[in-house]
Write a new protein. Structure first.
Ligand code: NDP
Length: 331
């Protein structure tokens, strides 16, 4: 059936400024890494994207290699964009990335060469049926390519009209400082950093959050639910339709060890005491940090997406909640 966007779609979503830029991102953004390839039903993909937009989720995050197979998430997104979302292009912030192996031969093996980044950007635009993306990322730091070449390619991607802004993902503190300086000198400042951050992986608290603030960059956190570990998904076994149950290379049965599951159960108690689900607690906990622009969730169905967005209307975290969480995480 044809799609008419909800009229009240901007009523409840919260928006945060992305660093010192002019761009506002929704506090909850949707990533298309795992749930938009060939393993998940197209009807569900369409329903999740429609529901997201209807609730003010204006930011969709992709990459060249999202699938499976590689490229498929962009192709699937492009189809749904064309049928449903195209009239709303100027309300949407669509990002993609290049950095990992993508096509045969040395030019397509990933990294940060000018050749790879520009060709990959063109491929992504074609798959999605877009004239431009809003944010184009270097998906990972490449130690074998001069950073000047990588940042120069991102600058060119903007100047040639392929993207409006640029970002970096998973660059460490020192790489970020260098990249930001080069990009600023080129006249195309880095808009945003996309690191992993969740209760189980807190590396950005050391330096990176401070660095991004100093550089005026926003921060969007990927895998905020630790791919589903920080939810009730695995509390009583491994559901067949879950990321682990479907045989993901990135989350495996051995990640569900007794120690981890003990922590998950203890965190779930805290969530229940707050009248929240564990997923909602995990998201609220990240968004307590004002320098974080957005949490980038994945959702394999509309119910999960709704629950994740509802984290925004949950109770404020108290000092007591934060102490309980620290105590559990330290055990
Ligand atoms: P999450 O940590 O949000 O995990 C998403 C998974 O958690 C879902 O697929 C689902 O698992 C489960 N889940 C979500 N909400 C709920 C809920 N309310 N209740 C129960 N289970 C829930 O994020 P992802 O790891 O998917 O990453 C999110 C996005 O971040 C990606 O799509 C991508 O855009 C980006 N990313 C970027 C990377 C980078 O290198 N820059 C790397 C990884 C991700 P299930 O599928 O089992 O139902």
């Amino acid at each position: 059936s044809s799609y008419v966007a909800a009229e009240n779609r901007y009523d409840d979503m919260q928006y945060r400024r992305c660093g010192t830029s002019g761009l506002m991102l929704p506090a909850v953004s949707l990533g298309l890494w795992h749930n938009f390839g060939d393993l998940h039903p197209g009807g569900t993909q369409r329903a999740v994207l429609r529901r997201a937009f209807d609730r003010g989720v204006t930011h969709f995050d992709l990459a060249n290699n999202y699938g499976p197979p590689y490229g498929q998430a962009e192709t699937n997104f492009g189809r749904i964009f064309a049928s449903d979302l195209k009239p709303h292009r100027d309300e949407l912030i669509i990002s993609t990335k290049a950095g990992y192996d993508m096509w045969p031969g040395p030019c397509g093996q990933g990294g940060g060469s000018r050749k790879y980044l520009i060709a990959s950007c063109d491929q992504s635009l074609k798959r999605m049926g877009l004239d431009y993306v809003d944010i184009f990322y270097s998906h990972r730091f490449d130690p074998d390519t001069p950073l000047e070449e990588t940042m120069g390619a991102l600058d060119h991607i903007v100047r040639s009209g392929r993207a409006l802004y640029i970002g970096i993902s998973s660059y460490d503190h020192e790489q970020t400082v260098r990249a930001a300086a080069i990009a600023r000198d080129l006249g195309t400042p880095l808009l945003i950093h996309q690191p992993r951050y969740n209760m189980f992986d807190r590396w950005i608290e050391d330096d990176l959050l401070d660095t991004c603030e100093q550089e005026g960059m926003g921060v969007i956190c990927f895998s905020p639910l630790a791919q589903g570990l920080l939810t009730t998904r695995y509390l009583s076994g491994i559901p067949r339709n879950s990321r682990v149950g479907m045989g993901s290379r990135h989350l495996r049965p051995e990640n569900l060890d007794e120690q981890t599951m003990g922590t998950v159960r203890a965190l779930n108690e805290i969530a229940m005491d707050r009248d929240q689900s564990l997923a909602q607690l995990a998201l609220s906990w990240i968004l307590r940090e004002e320098r974080i622009t957005s949490v980038l969730v994945g959702a394999s169905n509309v119910t999960q997406l709704d629950a994740d967005i509802d984290a925004l209307s949950g109770n404020q975290l108290t000092d007591d909640d934060l102490i309980r969480i620290e105590t559990v995480l330290a055990e």
